[in-house]
Design a protein around this ligand. Structure first.
Ligand SMILES: [Zn+2]
Length: 555
C-alpha cells in the first residue's frame, strides 16, 4: 500500500514552525469538510492549510502573514481538478489550427483557404475541432470540400472528439488510401456511392494519414505544455489528470514542473497503445514529486470508439445505422496480461469505454483480472481502476462499478454536446443508461468528473453547469433526455474536487479545504452553489492557488 500520510504529518509539523504565507479573509468558503462545511477565512503555511474558520480565529495569523487577500465576499471552493484531459492537445489547440466553433462546411472551407494562403508549399495542414452535427449541410465533410481550397497541401482535419479525420485527396494518396484499400481492424474508411473514399477516416483508419504528419518537435511540445497549463490555471484548474501521454512527453512534463514552468499539478497516465505503458510498468510509478505536483502511475487504454463517429461498441445495432454495432478495439488475449502485471505493480488502469458493449466487456475483463490477482498479490490493494467516459451503460452493469470498486471517470460536457445526436444514434430506450450520473451515484459508485479537453472546451464552469443543468448552453434538452440524471450542486462540486482527487489516490492530500491538506484553492466571482443555473456560465475565476502559491490572479 502506497501511503503519504506519515510524510504529510511530518511536513505539517515542520510547517507549524513557519510563519503564515498567506491569509484569505472575507470569503464564502465551501470546504467539502462535513465537520465544517462553511468558513470565511483560510490561513496558509508552508503550502498547506493551517487554519479554516471564521474571521475572529484568523486574526492571530494576520501579524505574521506575508500577504493578506481580502476576498470581498468571493466564493472559495477546493482547487478544481480535471480528472480527464489531454494537456498537450489543449496547448496545441491554443497555438495551432483551431476549428472549434466552425458553423458549416462553407466556413470550414473559408478557414482552410485562409490557412493555405499562409502555409509553406507542400506543408501538412493539420487542424482539429470541427463537429458536423450542427451544420446546415447535415453531413460529414469530404475530400472534395477540402480539395476545392487546398489542392496542393496535404490536409488532415480531426473531428473535435478525436475519433475521425477528414483528409483531402493528396493526403489520401500519400497515405496509400484508394478504392481498393481495406478498412483496418477497429477502423473504417468511408466510401461514396461510387465506391471511392470520401476522405473520412474513422478510429483506427485515421492513422493511414495521421502517421505521415510530422511529429511536433520537443520544443513545440514544450510550448504546448506550458501554454496549455497556463490556460488551465487561468480557468481555475489547480490539478489535471492527463489521459494518455507518451513516456518521452511525460519526462518533458516532469522536467517543466520541476523547473517551475508548469505550475498546476499533473497526474499523468501513459498511453497503452505506443509502448509507454510498458515503460511505466518497468520503471515503476512516480508519486508526488516536486512538492506533490507530478505523479505518474496510470495507463490509459481504449476499448472502443466514440458515439459521434459511430465507433462506440453497442450491444444492439445503431438506431440510425442498423448495419453496425460499432467497433471493439481490444482483444482479451492481448489486453489481459497487461492488466495482471499492472495489478502486481500498483499501476492504475483507465480505459476509454463509450458504448454499452464496450463498457460491459471492460467490466468483465477488470473483474477477471481482480479475481486472478488477489489483493495480497497486488502492490496497491484497492487499485481504483477507472472507466473513462462510461457513457452508455446497460442498466444491469450500473451496480457493477460500486461492487468492483471501479471509478466512473465521466465528462458532464459530453452529455450536453451529445444530447443533439445521441437520441438518434441510440433510440429512446437506451437513453436511460446514457450519462447515467444519478443512477451511478445512487448505486454507490464514485464519479470523478473531467472535461476531456481539447475534445470539449475544458472550462470548469461549463462542466459544473452541464452536471447540474444537463442542458445545452442555451438551455435546450430533448424531452427524452433524462433530466432526473442531473447531479446536485454538491455532487457536481465533489466530482470535480474530492472525488477527482480520490481517482488520483490524493484525497488525503487535497480535494477539500481542511487543515493539513495542500492549499489548492479556486476563488470564483459568484457562489455557484446558490446562483441561478444560467449565471453559472458567467462565473469567472478570480484566483487559482496551488500549494498556497497564487498561480493565477484576475486583473
Ligand atoms: Zn480523452
Amino acid at each position: 500500500m502506497l501511503r503519504l500520510a506519515p510524510l504529510m504529518a511530518a511536513l505539517a509539523l515542520s510547517a507549524a514552525a513557519q510563519p503564515a504565507d498567506l491569509l484569505l479573509v472575507n470569503g464564502n468558503v465551501h470546504t467539502l469538510d462535513p465537520a465544517r462545511p462553511h468558513a470565511t477565512a483560510i490561513a496558509v503555511r508552508g503550502g498547506r492549510i493551517a487554519y479554516v474558520g471564521d474571521a475572529a480565529g484568523a486574526e492571530k495569523f494576520r501579524p505574521e502573514a506575508k500577504r493578506v487577500i481580502d476576498l470581498g465576499g468571493a466564493t472559495v471552493v477546493p482547487g478544481l481538478n480535471d480528472a480527464h484531459l489531454h494537456l498537450e492537445g489543449i496547448g496545441a489547440r491554443e497555438l495551432l489550427f483551431d476549428l472549434e466553433g466552425t458553423k458549416s462546411i462553407a466556413e470550414l472551407r473559408e478557414k482552410l483557404a485562409a490557412r493555405v494562403r499562409d502555409a509553406a508549399p507542400k506543408k501538412w495542414i493539420v487542424g482539429r475541432g470541427w463537429i458536423e452535427t450542427h451544420w446546415p449541410e447535415k453531413r460529414f465533410p469530404t475530400r472534395q470540400d477540402l480539395d476545392a481550397v487546398a489542392p496542393d497541401h496535404p490536409v488532415a482535419l480531426t473531428r473535435a472528439d478525436g475519433h475521425a479525420v477528414v483528409a483531402n485527396s493528396l493526403a489520401l494518396r500519400l497515405g496509400g488510401v484508394d478504392r481498393t484499400t481495406p478498412s483496418p481492424s477497429g477502423g473504417e474508411i468511408l466510401h461514396d456511392a461510387g465506391g471511392e473514399p470520401t476522405g473520412m477516416l474513422v478510429d483506427n483508419a485515421m492513422r493511414l494519414v495521421l502517421r505521415l504528419v510530422p511529429e511536433p518537435t520537443p520544443q513545440e511540445v514544450e510550448q504546448h505544455l506550458i501554454v496549455g497549463a497556463q490556460r488551465e490555471a487561468r480557468l481555475g484548474w489547480t490539478a489535471v489528470q492527463n489521459a494518455g501521454n507518451s513516456f518521452e512527453d511525460s519526462e518533458l512534463l516532469r522536467r517543466l514542473i520541476a523547473e517551475g514552468k508548469v505550475k498546476i499539478r499533473v497526474y499523468d497516465a501513459m498511453s497503452g497503445s505506443d509502448g509507454s505503458g510498458r515503460k511505466l510498468l518497468a520503471a515503476g510509478p512516480v508519486i508526488g514529486e516536486s512538492g506533490g505536483r507530478f505523479t505518474r502511475r496510470g495507463v490509459k487504454f481504449y476499448i472502443d470508439g466514440a458515439l459521434g463517429s459511430r465507433g462506440a461498441a453497442l450491444l444492439a445495432p445503431y438506431a440510425d445505422y442498423p448495419q453496425s454495432t460499432g467497433l471493439l478495439m481490444q482483444e482479451e488475449a492481448k489486453f489481459m496480461p497487461f492488466l495482471l502485471d499492472a495489478l502486481r505493480a500498483g499501476i492504475q488502469i483507465g480505459t476509454h469505454a463509450i458504448g454499452d458493449r464496450g463498457n460491459r466487456t471492460l467490466l468483465d475483463w477488470y473483474e477477471k483480472a481482480f479475481a486472478a490477482v488477489p489483493a495480497a498479490e497486488r502492490r496497491v490493494a484497492q487499485p481504483r481502476w477507472r472507466v473513462e467516459h462510461a457513457q452508455i451503460l446497460a442498466p444491469d452493469d450500473i451496480p457493477r462499478f460500486a461492487r468492483l470498486g471501479v471509478i466512473a471517470s465521466m465528462q458532464p460536457s459530453h452529455a450536453i454536446g451529445d444530447l443533439y445526436f445521441a437520441p438518434s444514434r441510440l433510440g429512446k430506450g437506451r437513453l436511460a443508461g446514457a450519462y447515467a450520473w444519478q443512477s451511478l451515484l445512487q448505486s454507490g459508485a464514485l464519479i470523478a468528473s473531467g472535461s476531456d479537453a481539447p475534445v470539449e472546451r475544458g472550462e470548469p464552469m461549463i462542466e459544473f453547469y452541464a452536471a447540474v443543468a444537463r442542458r445545452g448552453l442555451g438551455g435546450f434538452a430533448d424531452e427524452n433526455w433524462h433530466l432526473d440524471q442531473r447531479m446536485t450542486r454538491g455532487q457536481a462540486l465533489r466530482a470535480m474536487t474530492l472525488d477527482a482527487a480520490y481517482a488520483a489516490f490524493e484525497e488525503e492530500e487535497r480535494g477539500s479545504i481542511e487543515a493539513g491538506k495542500w492549499a489548492d484553492l479556486t476563488v470564483l466571482s459568484a457562489d455557484i452553489m446558490a446562483i441561478p443555473e444560467a449565471e453559472i456560465l458567467k462565473t469567472r475565476c478570480l484566483y487559482t492557488l496551488v500549494g498556497g502559491e497564487v498561480v493565477h490572479e484576475a486583473k
